[in-house]
Design a protein. Structure first.
Length: 67
C-alpha cells in the first residue's frame, strides 16, 4: 500500500494535500478509484499514475484534488 507515495510528494503539494497517518489509506483508495485499479495493486497504480501525469497532468490533479 502507498508504495508510490514517496514519488508523489510534489504532486500532493500541487493540489494542497498533506499526507498524514490518518488520511494516507483514504487517499490511496481514492487514487486507486480514480485510476480504476483494484485497491492495493501498488505497481499497477504507480505505472498508471506516471502515465496520467505524463499524458494529462492537469486533469489528473483535478481528480486527485476531489479527495
Amino acid at each position: 500500500m502507498t508504495c508510490y507515495f514517496r514519488h508523489m510528494k510534489h504532486t500532493f503539494e500541487k493540489v494542497g494535500l498533506e499526507i498524514t497517518g490518518d488520511n494516507k489509506r483514504a487517499i490511496d483508495k481514492h487514487i486507486h478509484g480514480v485510476l480504476g485499479i483494484e485497491y492495493k495493486n501498488c505497481s499497477a497504480t504507480w505505472k498508471e499514475v506516471k502515465k496520467r501525469l505524463a499524458d494529462d497532468e492537469a486533469g489528473f490533479l483535478v481528480e486527485i484534488k476531489k479527495f
